[in-house]
Design a protein around this ligand. Structure first.
Ligand SMILES: Cc1cc2nc3c(=O)[nH]c(=O)nc-3n(C[C@H](O)[C@H](O)[C@H](O)COP(=O)(O)OP(=O)(O)OC[C@H]3O[C@@H](n4cnc5c(N)ncnc54)[C@H](O)[C@@H]3O)c2cc1C
Length: 476
């Protein structure tokens, strides 16, 4: 029996404490060094600027590539944090500028205008102006990404290069302040290196990728009008050790840099010698799979992610897959069957049309071994045992029938709206939010589930703690 690797990565509370500690370290250092300004607005300016800089630097390592960060909390929460921390850092940066300019003073009517002009034109502040402009651009382009006419890869390359340039400009600006002693200078340089080097290492290590990460295409098969199955062999005989539900970054055709990587869930089970991916056509890369031939090289970086059964014995496991979300579900079911799991399993699979569903023979062996009758649904079309409609309350009740919701673990993978609505329905039926896990295949915006709102509540608390630290530093 294949041993499953342990979940790597830090627990959420430790991550939150490390994050807060890292952001506030330069502020604590400034306080300890007795760096103080005469006016309280200047104190606020220094504190907001310092916190903004710390947050921006840490964005380099919250981009979903580091298992220490995302291995336990999952890629969804990691990317959500990356997405929400950016505008908050921008807000602190804008507050930094606003505090520097100060409030209008009736006794000095031209002060605000004079200061504005100074900050906008001073030769010594070019780095700060460029940094602010770059930050605004990075945040706005990321928020508008899905609507940009540029290819995803172009946006991603510009985002990565822009981020490195922003870190360099920021550190240059901070050190250029001139009031920092050697220890302060060392602190900021160390901070910048600590976040930049790991991010650069993700790129550099690709150029020296070990042979065991180079797989070759053994077969390409069209399963539905838009879903391809890619089977990969490892010429070195290396087996990827992963937990069912995890994903890999794959780059097809000898392309080495991570810019060409695409994330795909592993559809094979850990005991399978081959690696199998199910890939749905959505854009330029996924639509080109028809031209991939056996023998093509595929670079694999992984496993990543924390989606999948917790492994702790529970009252039952409900697995729900929508569309190509069947990929991780297939891996999970096959693995449970291989292990002879005794945990009651319920399974639902839905697609827009029956012809968009993968062949049932691919699921049957695992379902039969687990004694599971699948709940299959499609909005249109007819098929063997496939009911017409969408997954909703009645289907969730059926899945939970005979299980104790409080002891049931639910895994959902599929389109965003499906995961959001089903999470809320299941939570309403007594399944604790902590026992519902889902994974998005796209980081674009969409409706929020109760679980997402709880996560945002956690982020808000963290950002509020940073604001409180700014106030404490400035007012004492
Ligand atoms: C954790 C995870 C697991 C996934 N598993 C699967 C799977 O098993 N099967 C499957 O068909 N799809 C999966 N996806 C989605 C898949 O990665 C994208 O559909 C694919 O990368 C699109 O590439 P494209 O060039 O064809 O399309 P594009 O038009 O370039 O992109 C379409 C959308 O896909 C997303 N995307 C594109 N490239 C990337 C990238 N490099 N990194 C992150 N997101 C990207 C973006 O939201 C983009 O807007 C998964 C995504 C994630 C995040």
């Amino acid at each position: 029996m294949t041993d499953l690797p342990r979940r790597r990565g830090l627990p959420p509370l430790i991550l939150a404490l490390l994050y807060t500690g890292a952001v506030l370290l330069p502020l604590a250092f400034a306080a300890a060094a007795g760096e103080a300004h005469r006016h309280v607005t200047m104190q606020f300016a220094a504190a907001t600027g310092t916190v903004a800089a710390g947050m921006i630097l840490l964005q380099m390592i919250s981009s979903g590539r580091f298992e220490a960060v995302s291995g336990r909390i999952g890629i969804d929460i990691t990317m959500a944090f990356h997405k929400w921390a950016a505008p908050v850092a921008l807000a602190f940066a804008l507050a930094h500028v606003a505090f520097l300019i100060g409030l209008p003073d009736p006794e000095r009517p031209y002060r605000v205008t004079r200061r504005l002009l100074f900050y906008a034109t001073s030769d010594t502040l070019w780095d700060a102006r460029f940094a602010l402009l770059l930050l605004v651009l990075l945040v706005v382009l990321a928020l508008l990404r899905d609507r940009l006419p540029a290819r995803y890869q172009i946006w991603r390359a510009s985002h990565a290069l822009g981020a490195v340039a922003l870190v360099a400009l920021l550190v240059w600006h901070i050190l250029g302040d001139g009031r920092m002693g050697p220890a302060g200078t060392a602190l900021w340089i160390g901070f910048a290196l600590a976040v930049t080097l790991p991010a650069l290492w993700v790129y550099v290590k690709r150029l020296t990728r070990p042979a065991r990460d180079c797989w070759t295409v053994a077969g390409v098969r069209k399963l539905t009008p838009r879903i391809w199955e890619l089977t990969l062999d490892n010429p070195q005989g290396h087996r990827l050790r992963f937990r069912p539900g995890q994903f890999v970054w794959a780059s097809v055709g000898g392309r080495r840099l991570p810019l060409h990587d695409h994330p795909f869930s592993i559809a094979s089970a850990p005991h399978d010698p081959q690696l199998r991916l199910l890939i749905q056509e959505v854009g330029d890369f996924t639509s080109s799979l028809g031209s991939v031939t056996p023998g093509t090289r595929v670079g694999i970086d992984g496993p990543h992610g924390s989606f999948g059964p917790s492994g702790k014995p529970r009252g039952g496991l409900v697995l729900i897959a929508g569309g190509v979300g069947i990929a991780p579900a297939l891996s999970i079911l096959t693995d449970l069957a291989h292990r002879g799991s005794a945990c009651p399993v319920r399974f639902a699979y839905s697609a827009h049309d029956t012809k968009d569903m993968i062949p049932q023979e691919m699921l049957r062996p695992a379902l039969e071994a687990l004694n599971v009758t699948p709940l299959l649904m499609a909005s249109t079309g007819t098929g063997d045992g496939v009911a017409q409609g969408r997954l909703g309350k009645a289907q969730m009740q059926r899945l939970l029938d005979g299980l104790d919701p409080a002891q049931t673990e639910v895994l959902i993978c599929g389109p965003g709206p499906l995961m959001t609505s089903l999470t809320d329905l299941l939570a309403g039926m007594g399944v604790p939010l902590s026992q519902i896990d889902y994974e998005r295949f796209s980081y674009g915006s969409g409706a929020l589930s109760r679980k997402d709102k709880r996560m945002l509540g956690g982020f808000t608390l963290l950002f509020a703690a940073l604001s409180a630290a700014i106030a404490a530093y400035s007012l004492t």
